[in-house]
Design a protein around this ligand. Structure first.
Ligand code: IPD
Ligand code: CA
Ligand code: CA
Length: 264
């Protein structure tokens, strides 16, 4: 496990150096699906470096990278990489973005690292060993009064059908609770900031495994709770993410699943 941790942290820090080097500088920006879903040359450079570091030590492990796709091998281990989570922020020189790498063993996340080099904040967790921020143990907040909770969320690029869980409707219901809500633009940072107690809860629809893999284990190891919008415990591939300090989880589930008729 120590070698796995070393490789994970080396890959994370190396990618962080690349991100910091280009931050607020010149780089090429392209568009993925949709005009506002951006990717920069720095995303590609960082992911290339991460994959180089991983394969140098673990050539037989499977790897899923947001920008380069899947390298599936016969292995119990799978690395899930988001070279820059918060690319739109990065492209606009907003220092809320990070590298996020999770390691899965037989489909369950066992280790994760999230590094925001602009703030010099490195979050790390290993299953059963707690979570840290710059080597100091972190834990979720102790807020149990939902009426005074501080929340964060995000919006997907692709919108679902007009369902009960439609992101705008859920957002409206949360706002009507009179709660302060932020939208930072990096799901990995959102999860870590719940893990270290800055926020009490986070929800988002339609995230990808690379957005949440590292933050998932960091949040759990910090004492948090993460489920889908029905309260079911799942995995990093879930399309609904509700992550809280545990104490306000039921309240958030109630708001997310409340029917319009119940508001009358
Ligand atoms: C995005 C961020 C954002 C979330 C989007 C993600 P990217 O990741 O995590 O907070 O709302 O759904 O796609 O594109 O910057 O890696
Ligand atoms: Ca992402
Ligand atoms: Ca990304």
């Amino acid at each position: 496990m120590d070698k796995l941790k070393d490789v994970l942290l080396t890959a994370t820090r190396e990618a962080g150096k690349i991100i910091l080097h280009y931050f607020n500088g010149d780089f090429k920006i392209d568009h993925k699906e949709g005009v506002n879903n951006l990717v920069t040359e720095v995303d590609h450079l960082a992911e290339k470096k991460i994959i180089e570091v991983i394969t140098a030590s673990y050539p037989s492990h499977s790897i899923i990278g947001e920008e380069s796709g899947e390298f599936i091998q016969v292995s119990d281990y799978q690395w899930v990489i988001d070279p820059i989570d918060g690319t739109v922020n990065f492209a606009h020189a907003i220092p809320i973005c990070c590298v996020s790498i999770g390691v899965l063993y037989n489909g369950s996340v066992i280790m994760g690292a999230v590094f925001n080099p602009m703030m010099n904040e490195l979050f790390f967790a290993e299953k059963g060993k707690g979570a840290t921020l710059n080597d100091r143990p972190i834990k979720v907040s102790s807020k149990s009064d939902f009426k005074t909770a501080f929340l964060v969320t995000g919006f997907p690029y692709k919108w679902p059908e007009n369902t009960l869980e439609h992101p705008v409707k859920v957002f409206e219901r949360m706002v009507l609770e009179g709660l302060p809500i932020r939208r930072l633009g990096s799901a990995a940072i959102d999860l870590c900031w719940v893990a270290c107690g800055r926020f009490d809860g986070f929800w988002e629809y339609n995230l990808s495994a690379w957005d949440v893999a590292a933050g998932y284990i960091i949040l759990l190891e910090a004492g948090g709770t993460i489920t889908d919008f029905d309260g079911q415990i799942g995995n990093v591939y879930d399309k609904q993410t509700l992550a809280t300090n545990g104490l306000i989880h039921r309240d958030m589930l109630n708001v997310i699943s409340r029917r319009e008729s119940q508001l009358l």
